[in-house]
Design a protein around this ligand. Sequence first.
Ligand code: HEC
Length: 167
Amino acid sequence: MKRPLGILCLAALLAACGSNQKPVDDVQVADPAGAENAANAERNKNRQRQYFVQGKNLYATYCQNCHQPDGSGLGALYPPLKDSDYLPNHQAEVACGIKHGMMGPLMVNGTEYNQVMVGQTNLTNLEIAEIMTYVYTEFGDQEVLIDVKTVDKYMADCTGMVNFNKE
Ligand code: HEC
């Protein structure tokens, strides 16, 4: 009959310990919204890196003959992408221009260009998003992710060559 008594004692001990628990205020409560934001930020960072790497390869194939590997452009013929002041407020035109081309006079960093850029209609919206992520990150001044959904939206309003003569 010794055993049940031992169990009883143990139970009593635990109950006593229970009263020594930390006050609830000290316990850190997880912030579900904060954790979710952090997870989203991490996902976007990874996607940005993927887009950037793909975009770099596509840029080498489709763009750098004219705009040069370092984005500096070529004389009066091809405008620079490096630090181009045209890039920041014209994402929709850039997306549309990559696909369907550009023509007519446009100013880049104080110089007027008036040439024709041929479109690359074989590129998918995803590839255009990857190229733009690369161009805006590498030649702009900050890391950006231009995702495929954004390019889908731009393409919905893009019906043909971007023509600066019309503006
Ligand atoms: C055959 C040469 C050629 C190729 C290839 C080419 N471009 Fe262009 N690009 C031009 C020319 C020429 C202009 C100026 C068009 C005008 O005068 O209206 C231009 C203009 C631009 C502009 C707007 C002006 C600026 O410098 O910010 C961007 C952005 C651009 N190109 C990005 C690209 C990207 C990205 C690719 C690859 C997908 C590409 N281009 C491929 C010749 C080219």
